[in-house]
Design a protein around this ligand. Structure first.
Ligand SMILES: *Cc1c(COP(=O)(O)O)cnc(C)c1O
Length: 487
C-alpha cells in the first residue's frame, strides 16, 4: 500500500507546479493577455465568421497526459478570442457592454489562489465582511438605510431572481394563491424577469403590461387604473417592476410616482437598474433616479456600469430581514454555524459554496478610487449626446428617442425604400465590416439600431469611427439600391 501511495502521490503532485513551473505557465498566460491588450485598440468589435477551425482543439481527446502549455494557450486563444463579439473592445457598442477592468482580473487571480470561502461568515469573516462592505456601499448609493442587505450574485438575471423570490416569500405566495397575485411592468422590462417568475414557480401569476409614453416610460395613470380594476375584481396587486435604464432604449420609468402607488396599494416595488444604476455615481444624473430609494429591491450589474469582467450582478433589499427569511433553511451538517456578527451570503442566495466575487469589485474600486468611475460614466453620457448631434447632421438619420443615459436608438429613413428592410441591410453591412459592433431592436414595429456606450474603453475616437462607418455604409447601400432601380 505504501508503494502504491508513493506512486499515486508522485503522479498527483503534477497538480502542484513548483515556483519555476508556475512562472513558466504564468508568463505564457500573461504574455498572451498582454498581447491581447496591446492589439485591442486596433481589434475589431465583431467578427461575424462563425465557422469552426479546420482542425479544432475542442475535438481532440481528453488524454491522461497533459499537452504543452504554449501550444494549448495559442490554439485555445485562436479559437476563442477571435470570433463573435469582442466585449473587451471599446468598439463593442451593442446590447449592454462593460469592458472588463484589468485590476478586477487580478482580484479574481488572488481569490482563486487563496480560494477563501466567502459563503459563510465563520469560514472566512474577512471575506464576508469585505463583501458586506461592498453591499453597504451599494445600498448607500441607491439610498437604502442600515437595515438593508443584499448579495453579490453572478449576474443581473440571478440577482433579479433573488429579488423576486424575496418578494414572493414576503407576500406568502403559495401554489393556491399564485393566480391571484398580479405583476405590473412594461413590455420593455428585461426578459430575465419573466424567466425569474417562471423559475420561481410564478408563471401563472397574471402579468399586466402597462403602456409606455413616447419616452419609453411606464404610463402611471394606466398603472393606477389597472391596479384599481384588479383590486375590484378580487385580485391581489403584488409586484411592481420598474426599469432604471431599459435595455431597449435606456429609459427610466417614473420611479417616484411608482413608489407612491406601490405604497398606496401595498405592492412590492422592484427596480431593475442592471444597466442604468451606476449612473447614480454621476451627480447630475441622480435626479433621474429619484424614488429608487423607496423601492423594496434593486438590481445593479457591476459587470455593466462598473466595467467589471462578466460574473457580477448585485441585488439589494431595503428590508434585509425579508431577504434572510425568504432564503432561511437549516441543515444538520451546518450546525457549527452561528453568524451573529455579520450575515452570510449563503443566507440570502441559492448558492452555498461560491466564488469570492467581492475581491474583483473591491480591488478596482479601491485601487482607482471612485473618481475615474464617475468620469468614465459621465463621459459615456456626453458621448451619447455627441453621437446624437453628429448623427442628426447626416441627412436621412433620425432618432427613435433622445438618449436618457448612454443608449441611442436610431435609424436611417431612405427615400423610396422600406425603412425596416433598409436598416436591416445597414446592420448587416456594419456587422460584416465589424470594426464597431451595434445591435438592434424593434419598437412598435419600427426596426432601429442601438448604440450602447458603456465600455470604459469607448472614447470620442470610437464614436467618430462609428459615425464614419454609418455614413459610409448608407452611401454604399443607396448606391447599390439606386443602380438596381435604374437597371
Ligand atoms: C443586462 C440586463 C439584465 C440581465 O443581466 P445579466 O447580467 O445579463 O444576467 C437584466 N436587466 C437589465 C435592465 C439588463 O440590462
Amino acid at each position: 500500500m505504501l508503494d502504491k501511495l508513493k506512486t499515486l502521490q508522485s503522479e498527483a503532485e503534477k497538480l502542484e507546479p513548483n515556483t519555476v513551473e508556475r512562472a513558466k505557465i504564468r508568463d505564457l498566460v500573461v504574455g498572451y493577455t498582454e498581447q491581447f491588450l496591446a492589439e485591442l485598440p486596433v481589434s475589431k468589435g465583431y467578427n461575424n465568421n462563425q465557422a469552426p477551425a479546420s482542425t479544432s482543439i475542442f475535438d481532440e481527446a481528453y488524454a491522461d497526459e497533459g499537452i504543452d502549455p504554449n501550444e494549448l494557450i495559442s490554439r485555445t486563444g485562436l479559437e476563442v478570442d477571435v470570433q463573435g463579439i469582442n466585449p473587451a473592445s471599446g468598439n463593442h457598442l451593442g446590447y449592454v457592454p462593460g469592458g472588463g477592468l484589468y485590476t478586477s482580473s487580478l482580484g479574481d487571480y488572488w481569490a482563486d489562489i487563496t480560494n477563501r470561502y466567502a459563503g459563510i461568515f465563520y469560514a472566512n469573516p474577512g471575506a464576508v465582511r469585505l463583501e458586506n462592505s461592498l453591499i453597504r456601499w451599494l445600498s448607500e448609493l441607491v439610498g437604502y438605510g442600515a437595515e438593508s442587505f443584499g448579495n453579490l450574485a453572478s449576474g443581473g438575471s440571478i440577482a433579479n431572481l433573488i429579488a423576486i423570490v424575496t418578494a414572493r416569500e414576503a407576500y406568502n405566495i403559495v401554489p393556491a394563491n399564485i393566480e391571484k397575485h398580479v405583476v405590473y411592468c412594461t413590455d420593455h422590462a428585461h426578459h430575465c424577469i419573466k424567466k425569474a417568475l417562471k423559475i420561481a414557480g410564478l408563471e401563472s401569476s397574471p402579468i399586466r403590461y402597462i403602456s409606455m409614453n413616447h419616452a419609453g416610460q411606464m404610463d402611471i395613470a394606466e398603472l393606477e387604473s389597472t391596479i384599481t380594476l384588479d383590486t375590484k375584481s378580487g385580485l391581489i396587486p403584488w409586484l411592481l417592476i420598474g426599469s432604471a435604464g431599459t435595455t431597449d432604449l435606456g429609459a427610466i420609468d417614473p420611479l417616484s410616482a411608482m413608489a407612491d402607488l406601490a405604497k398606496d396599494y401595498q405592492l412590492w416595488f422592484h427596480v431593475d437598474a442592471a444597466y442604468g444604476g451606476f449612473f447614480l455615481l454621476v451627480e447630475d444624473q441622480q435626479e433621474k433616479f429619484e424614488g429608487i430609494e423607496r423601492s423594496d429591491s434593486v438590481v445593479l450589474d457591476p459587470h455593466k456600469g462598473l466595467f467589471i469582467p462578466y460574473g457580477l450582478g448585485t441585488v439589494l433589499v431595503r428590508d434585509g430581514n425579508k431577504m434572510k427569511s425568504a432564503f432561511a433553511v437549516s441543515a444538520s451538517y451546518l450546525q457549527d454555524i452561528n453568524d451573529v456578527l455579520d450575515p452570510s451570503p449563503a443566507d440570502v442566495s441559492p448558492e452555498l459554496t461560491k466564488h469570492f466575487r467581492g475581491l474583483r469589485l473591491w480591488l478596482p474600486l479601491k485601487i482607482h478610487g471612485l473618481g475615474p468611475f464617475r468620469a468614465a460614466l459621465s463621459e459615456k453620457i456626453l458621448l451619447a449626446q455627441y453621437f446624437t448631434e453628429k448623427l442628426l447632421g447626416i441627412p436621412g438619420f433620425e432618432l427613435q428617442l433622445s438618449p436618457e443615459l448612454s443608449i441611442v436608438a436610431f435609424r436611417y429613413v431612405p427615400e423610396d425604400l422600406d425603412p425596416n428592410q433598409f436598416n436591416q441591410r445597414l446592420t448587416q453591412a456594419i456587422h460584416e465590416d465589424g470594426r464597431v459592433f451595434l445591435s438592434t431592436t424593434t419598437i412598435d414595429g419600427v426596426f432601429v439600431l442601438r448604440l450602447a456606450i458603456l465600455v470604459f474603453r469607448t472614447h470620442i475616437n470610437t464614436i467618430d469611427l462609428c459615425l464614419e462607418i454609418l455614413e459610409q455604409k448608407v452611401q454604399i447601400l443607396n448606391q447599390q439600391l439606386n443602380s438596381k432601380l435604374v437597371n
